[in-house]
Design a protein around this ligand. Structure first.
Ligand SMILES: Nc1nc2c(ncn2[C@@H]2O[C@H](COP(=O)(O)OP(=O)(O)O)[C@@H](O)[C@H]2O)c(=O)[nH]1
Ligand SMILES: [Mg+2]
Ligand SMILES: [Zn+2]
Length: 303
């Protein structure tokens, strides 16, 4: 068969061995993957740019996968420009340790991140300084934060401009409102949303797989994804690598007495000094130390 009859497209979802491929002409074709692809790649991923051949029955066969620009581990998706980490201001409570581990995973993948606090309709006036503090901490970490609400629509204009022209994914725990946000951003799409159950504190109608949709009027694409609660520090992050993955610490590390300072108990540490003087966020530093000690323990175990 000649390659001339192949079509280019993007995998927008994959489930049960079938892939939906959005072709350049805007049509969606149901495809299977060639068996040999499984040997070359681990799997065909949502977000992949592929070439397909049309079969007689109108379905398609994925023949080749273009080299990937990026691969995220969670959710498993290729070629993302922006990982939008969604947390809820409350219901469920946000977990900044999960956030820090996610940032490490996405930094390893070389993907830009932004933080989106949803359910800010539930934020009281007294809680606003708390948000400002988190916003400051993560801006220094290279991750801008937005306060939004899928319920009352606040922050959504800002969010839209962030997503413009890019391939983005909504990532984060179940029940934080990822699907609700998607429904607000893409009118007419009815992603399943669920009540947060009191017992589990998570949505019952959880999104089951990652699906990529076109954003209206801006040339961007957005994927919803199933939620997750725990994420351990990626295995690739060693205790020597960890300090280099905190941009706000890298900036100051030149002032540390020792090269390769891990900013823990080393004397004359510029990072620790900045934390003590309130120039760096204390909470993020405490979580950094926790991750550092977990990694150290893990490395001792596998020595
Ligand atoms: N108060 C409030 N509730 C919201 C907001 N966005 C979503 N929810 C509720 O949170 C629950 C979980 O939403 P869902 O979109 O399914 O979360 P997902 O699991 O992250 O996709 C549902 O009951 C939503 O109605 C919001 O901005 N404010
Ligand atoms: Mg969902
Ligand atoms: Zn130091």
């Amino acid at each position: 068969m000649s390659n001339a009859s192949w079509l280019k497209g993007r995998v927008v979802s994959g489930f049960g061995g079938f892939y939906q491929v959005l072709t350049e002409s805007g049509r969606t074709v149901t495809c299977k993957g060639r068996g040999r692809l499984k040997k070359e790649f681990q799997s065909i991923l949502t977000g992949d740019l592929v070439e397909i051949s049309r079969q007689e029955d109108g379905t398609g066969m994925i023949e080749s996968i273009r080299p990937r620009r990026s691969v995220l581990p969670r959710p498993h998706i290729a070629n993302v420009d922006l990982a939008l980490i969604v947390l809820a201001w409350k219901l469920p409570d946000y977990d900044l340790l999960l956030l820090d581990n996610l940032l490490l995973a996405y930094r390893l993948a070389g993907v830009e991140t932004a933080l989106c606090f949803n359910k800010c309709d539930l934020m009281t006036a007294e809680e606003e300084p708390q948000f400002a503090e988190i916003e400051r901490a993560y801006a220094a970490a290279g991750c801008p934060a937005l306060a939004v609400s899928a319920n009352d629509g606040r922050g959504l204009a800002e969010l839209r401009s962030l997503l413009k022209g890019r391939l983005s994914v909504l990532a984060g725990p179940s029940g934080v409102g990822k699907s609700s946000l998607l429904n607000r951003l893409i009118p007419g799409e009815q992603a399943e949303t669920g009540e947060v159950s009191d017992r589990l504190r998570r949505g019952r109608h959880t999104t089951r797989y990652t699906r990529l949709l076109q954003l209206p009027d801006c040339g961007g694409m957005l994927a919803d994804s199933p939620g997750f609660f725990v994420l351990e520090t990626p295995r690739q992050v060693t205790k020597d690598l960890l300090p280099t993955m905190y941009p706000e610490y890298v900036k100051l590390a030149e002032g540390c007495r020792f090269d390769g300072c891990r900013h823990h108990k080393e004397p004359e540490c510029a990072v620790r000094a900045a934390v003590e003087e309130g120039r760096l966020d204390q909470g993020r530093y405490r979580r950094y130390l926790r991750i550092l000690s977990e990694i150290t323990e893990r490395e001792e175990q596998y020595k």
